[in-house]
Write a protein that binds this ligand. Structure first.
Ligand code: DQA
Length: 143
């Protein structure tokens, strides 16, 4: 089964972000990690990254129109994009929100997610393994 794995702004520059928060994995390594875990759990991952809110909304429309499950790290959009929230709400297949870091242990503005309310669940704080845990959760949801 296909899963769309969507990554928001600045995640494409992981290796030059604060390694004490995001680790030292490059975005390319993260993508490889997701592909490998997806295969292990019986999925084919279509992994995408964009700094553009409108492009992410288009991808969510595509997921809604094709009934495709989604794992999304909306990055900073998590905290304020009602447009991404409304697009995520239209996805009928399971949708899981992930974060590399634990936003709740960081600055106060990161404590709000406008996406969580329309996600099946949220996984954060486990670095690249947040995506692996999301794949395991998704497997149970689609079984
Ligand atoms: C993030 C957490 C967000 O607060 C932040 O803006 C990001 C990455 C994470 O994966 O930990 O860009 O979504």
């Amino acid at each position: 089964m296909k899963v769309l794995v969507l990554n928001g702004p600045n995640l494409g520059r992981l290796d030059i972000r604060d390694s004490s928060i995001y680790g030292d994995m490059s975005y390319a390594d993260l993508v490889a990690h997701i592909h490998s875990a997806a295969k292990t759990h019986g999925f084919v991952a279509d992994v995408r990254q964009s700094n553009d809110e409108s492009e992410i909304i288009g991808w969510l429309h595509e997921a809604a129109d094709t009934n495709t499950p989604v794992i999304i790290n909306p990055a900073a959009f998590t905290h304020y994009s009602y447009a991404i929230r409304d697009a995520a709400e239209m996805v009928t297949a399971p949708l899981i929100e992930v974060h590399l870091s634990n936003p709740l242990s960081r600055e106060e503005f990161r404590h709000t997610s406008v996406i969580s309310g329309v996600a099946n669940g949220t996984i954060g704080g486990f670095g690249p393994n947040s995506y692996v845990l999301a794949l395991i959760a998704l497997k149970a949801l689609v079984a």
